[in-house]
Design a protein around this ligand. Structure first.
Ligand code: SF4
Length: 341
């Protein structure tokens, strides 16, 4: 049995110890403007029944890592340049293409942010859900449509069976997201990746969709990777959080621990830039500047141009993601000082 311990790894991981293990994953896009290093030596794991939130601003690489898991990175320009994505101990990237295709969708499914563009406008929603059963299970057309109706019922689309023949544009944004969830859950996946599943929806619908997602997760014990920039959603639903910046995890730990006492200046900045009910009347202080161009990531700590604590060392030496206290990791040279321990 091999034990791998890459430099930025969360833990030396015994392959197969977790349901999903992303280890040392790097993804880059080779464009005419240069090489965009979207994901750099990323490592995380997910267990059955667990919710891991991947939190970060736009362009932090959080969605690209999910696309790598799902095998939907267009090559070229995208290339996975290193790493492993192990599902139940087996590296998906080394599986034959046919096996990869069969596994994705059936074992690992994804719900996207923009259901309207993810659904095909010229097919009925019933046909699109039924397609999952026909392609992966070889189910007859009639039987697949029956399953599609049951799934639409399960995700609480009113009058589900009457709406099988409706087209995506005939559904509201929230209902389209439910259709996406029905498609994702069709084959009882062990892992569901929800990529900004509620961003395009209004607040009350967001809450309904998140509640439904958690209920469905509890029903079948799926591991859930929730990709979001919304701290409120993360705080309510996640067990653990991985905060990403410039393609790397900069902090990770249990949700209560990280949000209660953040150990990286970027996490502190994120928390100070959103309103909190327990801090009424306090001024918000947004993080100054903008995330770096991933084709030209600053040397040393990539957060140093925006970090209020930056020192000379930060400009020269990249901090590794390291355990600061038990179960808490931070990629900051001064994590102990940031963390109030
Ligand atoms: Fe800030 Fe330096 Fe820590 Fe980076 S290493 S987050 S620049 S204090």
């Amino acid at each position: 049995m091999t034990v791998t311990a890459p430099s930025d790894s969360l833990h030396p991981t015994v392959p197969g110890a977790h349901l999903l293990e992303v280890e040392d994953l790097s993804v880059e896009f080779r464009t005419e403007y240069g090489t965009v290093r979207a994901v750099n030596e990323l490592s995380y794991h997910l267990d059955r029944g667990e919710t891991l939130a991947i939190l970060g601003e736009s362009g932090s690489g959080k969605s690209v890592s999910a696309q790598a898991i799902m095998g939907i990175i267009d090559t070229p320009p995208g290339f996975i340049t290193s790493g492993e994505i192990r599902y139940q101990g087996r590296d998906i990237l080394q599986m034959p293409k046919e096996e990869q295709r069969a596994m994705r969708g059936a074992e690992i499914a994804i719900v996207f942010q923009d259901a309207l563009s993810a659904l095909n406008p010229v097919f009925t929603v019933g046909a699109q859900i039924a397609e999952m059963f026909r392609v992966h299970r070889g189910t007859s057309k009639k039987e697949a449509m029956v399953h599609a109706g049951e799934l639409m019922d399960k995700v609480r689309i009113p009058s589900a069976k009457d709406r099988l023949k409706d087209y995506p544009h005939q559904f509201s944004g929230g209902m389209r997201q439910r259709v996406m969830m029905a498609m994702a859950l069709a084959l009882d996946p062990k892992i569901l990746i929800a990529d900004e599943p509620t961003t395009a929806l209004d607040v009350t619908v967001q809450a309904q969709i998140m509640d439904l997602l958690l209920e469905l997760q509890a029903d079948n014990g799926m591991g859930l990777i929730l990709i979001t920039h919304d701290l409120g959603v993360v705080g309510e639903v996640a067990d653990r959080v991985a905060v990403m910046y410039a393609g790397r995890i900069v902090e990770t730990g249990g949700i209560n621990e990280v949000f209660g006492n953040p150990g990286h200046p970027y996490t502190v900045g994120l928390m100070n830039s959103v309103p909190r009910v327990d801090q009424r009347g306090m001024r918000l202080s947004p993080i100054v500047g903008a995330p770096p161009n991933l084709a030209d990531i600053p040397p040393g700590c990539s957060f140093h141009p925006r970090c209020p604590r930056a020192e000379v060392r930060c400009r020269e030496e990249r901090p590794l993601l390291r355990e600061v206290v038990l179960g808490r990791r931070s990629a900051c040279h001064f994590a102990e000082e940031v963390l109030d321990v």
